[in-house]
Ligand binder design. Structure first.
Ligand code: ADP
Ligand code: ADP
Ligand code: ZN
Length: 218
């Protein structure tokens, strides 16, 4: 099963993708995580991407498309993948179609996780992750069960993203509405689009998503 999780920054794509990947044996491909790794390792891609990410702007399409092409051709993706954070422009969506055509694969569904802007600032400014396993948390909405200890791996170190501040969030939301939202009608016209209400609590969103995935798998 090949899926796209689409939605605004902080909408819950990563949270739900991690749950679905475990449930269905899919690989989560998070372009933001891949780019942050590239920045940390100081690769050519990382050097080029950094200034855009710091400013809350999208990284140029050609860089992203090359990065994704390599990733989805890797053997671990043969069973299926969840694209989390890609495509983010119509150009990227078209490039993805070509890549899938070339390798004889198709998308089962594009899931839009819908959340209004005013909720997103709160989501993003409260976000943190386990530095060891990457499990996502939130100051109000998803605290570790034991304060300071990761539920998943027992790790005690957590990190916050540099770009998760109110100023950058505004730019990221503008980028979402201007550059990413236009891909929604693109997928609607192909009949692949499914919408879930991302304002519900995490477990309820997972429940709604599970129903859709049961329908589109197989
Ligand atoms: P995205 O990957 O779309 O940017 P995340 O999955 O990282 O979003 O979620 C952003 C923040 O909001 C995280 O701190 C996460 O724990 C929290 N969160 C995710 N889904 C929900 C939800 N349905 N209700 C409340 N908080 C949520
Ligand atoms: P969020 O979880 O808040 O949606 P991401 O982690 O997906 O954010 O992305 C962080 C940053 O990485 C973006 O603001 C953008 O600069 C860059 N980025 C990630 N994916 C893409 C993409 N598909 N196209 C262009 N830029 C991207
Ligand atoms: Zn952990």
């Amino acid at each position: 099963m090949n899926l796209i999780f689409l939605g605004p920054p902080g909408g819950g794509k990563g949270t739900q993708a991690r749950i679905a990947q475990d449930q269905y044996g899919l690989v989560q491909i998070a372009t933001g995580d891949m780019l942050r790794d590239a920045v940390k390792q100081g690769t050519e891609l990382g050097k080029k991407a950094k200034e855009y990410m710091d400013a809350g702007q999208l990284v140029p399409d050609d860089l992203i498309v090359n990065m994704i092409r390599e990733r989805i051709e890797a053997p671990d993706c043969a069973n299926g993948f969840i694209l989390d954070g890609f495509p983010r422009t119509v150009e990227q969506a078209k490039a993805l179609d070509r890549m899938l055509d070339d390798t004889g694969r198709k998308l089962n569904a594009v899931i839009e996780i819908r959340v209004p802007d005013d909720e997103l600032v709160r989501r993003i400014t409260g976000r943190f992750t386990c530095a060891n396993c990457g499990e996502g948390y939130h100051d109000e909405f998803k605290k570790p069960q034991k304060d300071g200890v990761c539920d998943k791996c027992g790790g005690t170190e957590f990190s916050r993203r540099e770009d998760d501040n109110e100023e950058t969030v505004r730019s990221r939301l503008t980028a979402y509405h201007e550059q990413t939202a236009p891909i929604i009608p693109y997928y609607e016209s192909t009949g692949l689009l499914r919408v879930v209400d991302g304002t519900k609590p995490i477990e309820e969103v997972t429940g709604d998503l599970t129903k859709i995935l049961e329908e589109v798998s197989g």
